[in-house]
Design a protein around this ligand. Structure first.
Ligand code: SIN
Ligand code: MN
Length: 223
């Protein structure tokens, strides 16, 4: 189910920093339910798995899956994009229509996203401060969509030493990390347990849409 254009046009964009936009309530209730249904269909093809840290092999508290021609994975061998699910060996399912619509509406980049990382947070999950820098084409923004429980999102600058700020992300909120904010550090400090019952069990789902390859290099998966 797609997002009505009027709803997107009405959602105000808040500039948090150059290149960093926050769109509270970007997805209305119906669009959130529609996106969740699309994710549930994708999970039947590409289920959650628990990634682990490079080298140490320590498991992350966040469970992950991906949609799209490429998916971001983390395991003992490192971080990378790959075309197949690490446990089923099958191609990732298609990116949800609602997420493709968000990409078209929220960023001016002229090519489709190739990867949609889908993170699942239970009440105790968190995600350490990191940069999204495994993509070849850093001219494309990363678009984040949140569903379910509220989280405390923390973001800083392009240096790990830059001051950080907290922002509560609610179900339906979108974030755009582009331009000078494309490589900022960010992570999830905490999930506010009991804040939403949209996601079964009260968890939080976050989608991040990324362009991975540079069309200018002739390496594309969709065109
Ligand atoms: C991510 O950086 O992969 C996800 C961020 C979030 O869950 O809001
Ligand atoms: Mn990230």
């Amino acid at each position: 189910m797609g997002l009505p254009l009027e709803a997107a046009a009405e959602a105000p964009r808040v500039a948090l920093a150059p290149g960093l936009s926050y769109v509270p309530g970007y997805l209305d209730g119906a669009a959130q339910a529609g996106l969740l249904a699309e994710i549930e269909r994708a999970l039947a093809e590409g289920p959650w798995y628990r990634p682990c840290m490079p080298r140490s092999g320590r498991p992350l508290s966040v469970q992950m899956t991906n949609c799209g021609p490429l998916g971001w994975v983390s395991d003992e061998r490192g971080y990378r994009y790959q075309a197949r699910h690490p446990t089923t060996g099958r191609p990732w399912p298609a990116i949800p229509e609602t997420a493709l619509r968000a990409w078209a509406e929220l960023c001016a980049y002229p090519h489709p996203p190739e990867a949609c990382l889908v993170n699942f947070y239970d009440a105790s999950a968190k995600l350490g401060q990191h940069q999204d820098h495994d993509e070849e084409d850093l001219s494309a923004p990363v678009i984040s969509l949140s569903l379910g429980a509220t989280c405390v999102f923390r973001y800083g600058g392009v240096s790990r030493r830059d001051p950080t700020h907290k922002l509560e992300l609610h179900s339906g909120d979108a974030i755009v990390l582009g331009g000078p904010a494309r490589l900022i550090y960010h992570g999830v400090d905490k999930i506010r347990a009991g804040s939403s019952d949209l996601v079964p069990g009260g968890g939080r789902i976050n989608l991040t849409l990324r362009r991975v390859t540079c069309p200018a290099n002739g390496r594309t998966f969709q065109s």
